[in-house]
Design a protein around this ligand. Structure first.
Ligand SMILES: *Cc1c(COP(=O)(O)O)cnc(C)c1O
Length: 454
């Protein structure tokens, strides 16, 4: 019998003894302790391999408890921008902790939140003028949707429909799921999600179809808002579409006073080559959602930035027109200080030159790999490059392929977890050219192996 099982009895029923008897505790690996008490996200418990305990980070690297080094090729779920355990971020956050760690944000305020709002608004499109804080990307989206719905309610107009793209991902809360793609991830909740008009994504060749669907949706319905991931649909498989067609679609919404919401939770902070994906656009969304890279990938924080006309609709003698939304950790002071420190780093010229360097490296590899017989498609924008792998076998193969992909790269010291049959590289900006080359080589090797197996 395995020793972890024997100890589990004590662990559950006599944890006091366990703590006193730290000898037993010390003999258990982190994986074993994890398996007893943790429930991991997006993980089928039965089939999951044991998680790898990460004990240290440095730059683009993560280190496990056995001393193995991994290149963080997906920026720890797209959050990390300046690298792990960055000394400047650590210093600034620690200073904040010794001054004020957190304070209530209703009836009170603090400088990190104010300064962060000022500095974000300077960077964001000029039509935005107000910052509402929450804790993560999903809440940033919930806040945006609630702002849009209540905007129309405060105006005493019935506009309850939302338009979203097929294949979208906007988070895991109920509002976020509702506007997201209706797929396996939210199937158990499908009856509980609110009505959303899903329209095709304007990928190359489908622009007209998407525009027609939008036109129909906004002319036949009382639409409150149109939400989209600008230029890149992240979780949907790094699906990319052009700024020009999005510009046209935003303009169509403006004509009908439909509120436009750009979910920049993934695309923000340099991912698409420019600071925001919105910077590729001529038209400006009325609401922008930020999170992930906002604090440099160090602390959870969400931002919903909106245009003044939306804010204005909530100013009233009627208390019922108040925006009744908030979280215990709204505008967490420490998280705001992390975001400010991250913006300091973005103010250094190296930040953009690193983004440009990665973009160029990705572009070169794109040219080299495109047309590879094992690939359906390669897509690249800024620091994101995605490879859609041919997948001729049926359904279950998808899962086994994605597991094969993860374990192939882990064995090479690279963290790349695919989205189904789509492998992508989305690294921290401090990643060195040698490490990018090493990742590209590994990808070529993987595709080679796949082709040879056939
Ligand atoms: C990740 C993501 C979210 C959700 O953010 P969480 O912080 O994970 O809740 C929402 N929208 C987009 C576009 C995302 O990529």
């Amino acid at each position: 019998m395995n020793s972890a099982f024997v100890y589990s009895y004590e662990f559950v029923f006599v944890d006091k003894i366990l703590i006193e008897n730290s000898d037993i505790y010390n003999r258990m690996s982190l994986e074993e302790r994890d398996k007893k008490v943790i429930w991991h996200p997006f993980t089928q418990i039965k089939a999951a391999p044991l998680p790898i305990p990460i004990v240290r980070g440095e730059g683009a690297y993560l280190f496990d408890d056995k001393g193995n080094r991994y290149i963080d090729g997906m920026a720890s779920w797209w959050v990390n921008v300046h690298g792990h355990a960055h000394p400047y971020l650590a210093k600034k956050i620690s200073e904040q902790l010794f001054t004020l760690e957190h304070a209530i944000f209703s009836g009170f305020t603090h400088e990190p939140a104010i300064e962060l709002a000022e500095r974000l608004l300077k960077r964001l499109p000029g039509n935005l003028s107000r910052i509402f804080y929450s804790d993560n990307g999903s809440t940033a989206v919930e806040v945006a949707l609630k702002m849009a719905f209540q905007y129309w309610s405060n105006k005493e107009q019935v506009r309850t429909k939302v338009i979203a793209f097929e294949n979208a991902y906007h988070g895991d809360t109920f509002g976020g799921m509702s506007v997201g793609a209706r797929n396996a991830f939210n199937m158990p909740f499908s009856k509980l999600l609110f009505d959303v008009i899903h329209i095709p994504v304007p990928v190359k060749g489908k622009e007209d179809e998407a525009k027609q669907a939008l036109k129909k949706a906004i002319s036949e319905n009382e639409v409150s808002a149109f939400i989209f991931e600008p230029l890149v649909q992240g979780a949907g498989g790094m699906v990319m579409y052009a700024a020009t067609v999005l510009d046209e679609m935003i303009a169509m919404c403006k004509e009908k006073n439909v509120i436009t919401i750009a979910d920049e939770v993934m695309t923000g902070f340099g991912r698409t080559g420019k600071f925001f994906a919105s910077d590729h656009l001529k038209q400006k969304a009325d609401i922008v959602c930020l999170s992930k890279g906002l604090t440099g990938g160090v602390m959870p924080l969400g931002v919903t930035a909106c245009a003044e006309f939306i804010y204005d609709a909530f100013i009233s003698d009627d208390k019922m027109k108040t925006f009744f939304h908030g979280h215990s950790y709204t505008a967490n002071t420490t998280a705001c200080s992390a975001a400010l420190a991250s913006l300091d780093l973005f103010d250094q010229p190296e930040a953009q030159s690193n983004i440009d360097r990665i973009t160029k490296k990705h572009e070169q590899f794109f040219q080299k790999i495109k047309g590879h017989p094992a690939l359906i498609d390669v897509r690249q924008l800024g620091t994101i490059i995605a490879f859609e792998i041919k997948n001729e076998e049926q359904t279950n193969y998808l899962n086994s392929l994605s597991e094969r992909i993860s374990s192939f790269f882990i064995a090479k010291g690279i963290i790349l977890r695919p989205l189904g049959n789509i492998v992508y590289v989305l690294p921290p900006y401090c990643i060195q050219d040698e490490d990018l080359d090493y990742i590209y080589n590994a990808i070529e090797l993987f595709l080679e192996e796949l082709s040879n197996r056939k």
